[in-house]
Write a protein of this length. Structure first.
Length: 259
């Protein structure tokens, strides 16, 4: 590994080894979301809890494309958005990052990573009265999905309790007329959740193009049996193996994640 210089060295020397690794993992997740077409220009956020600092999270600087995010240019903030450690440059923070994510991180201590997207398919399903339908294996694998009604762009702290209540103990939520949200116990778990939810939404948009009369919904027994297969250790193992494959592809496609 090449020695860090400039901004990368400054940040590296101010954080623990565990935080630096989490920064590298989170930067890889930003690149993966970009690589798989789940970005909305400079909008949206992915956050990760700082190791050994449960009330601090890492998130992107507002103005960077996801493929520009590195370990060194992430912000460290508290759950209310107060800056703990800022990267160099003129980019600031989009408040929706800590309004939405900070709310969930504050009560869901099992959640390490949160991904929020505004994809075409995700917003499309979020704008349907029926929500996500059980019409694919991808949808069946997901399990329970929560819903949160649209208020406005999420910059109001008053919305936090509603977000918390609507998500409950689930890891997936569709923000009505807005987009998708996925939580995870790790970077690998969060990526698997958002990738499957996004894929289920794309399948639904494609299938419904032929009209509801042509859509074949899965029966409840099929949903339950699918959940039994993927629940627990098997689902976690699958997510980890998938993430290792994504990391190999990232290493072939992009440069350094450090600075």
């Amino acid at each position: 590994m090449n020695a860090l210089s400039g901004a990368g060295a400054r940040i590296r020397h101010q954080v623990s080894d565990a935080e630096w690794k989490k920064r590298l993992d989170l930067a890889a997740l930003y690149r993966a979301i970009h690589m798989f077409g789940m970005t909305d220009m400079i909008a949206n956020h992915i956050t990760a809890r700082v190791p050994d600092e449960p009330d601090h999270i890492l998130l992107n600087a507002y103005g960077l494309m996801y493929d520009e995010v590195t370990a060194a240019n992430l912000y460290k903030v508290d759950l209310d958005g107060r800056v703990i450690l800022a990267p160099e440059g003129d980019y600031r923070i989009n408040p929706t990052g800590y309004v939405i994510h900070g709310a969930i991180h504050s009560v869901r201590h099992d959640v390490d990573v949160i991904v929020h997207t505004h994809t075409r398919a995700g917003v499309g399903v979020a704008s349907m009265a029926c929500g996500l339908l059980p019409l694919s294996q991808h949808a069946a694998i997901l399990g329970e999905v929560s819903y949160h009604d649209f208020w406005a762009p999420s910059v109001d702290f008053a919305e936090r309790q509603s977000l918390i209540d609507d998500l409950g103990e689930n890891n997936l939520m569709i923000l009505r007329n807005h987009g998708l949200l996925a939580c995870g116990r790790s970077v690998a778990h969060a990526f698997a959740n958002i990738f499957r939810l996004e894929t289920a939404c794309r399948i639904q948009i494609d299938a419904m193009a032929g009209g509801m009369d042509n859509v074949l919904l899965l029966e409840k027994s099929h949903l339950e049996s699918t959940q039994k297969v993927v629940r627990g250790d098997l689902g976690s193992a699958s997510a980890a193996i998938q993430w290792e494959a994504v990391l190999r592809r990232l290493s072939r496609t992009y440069g350094s994640l450090e600075e």
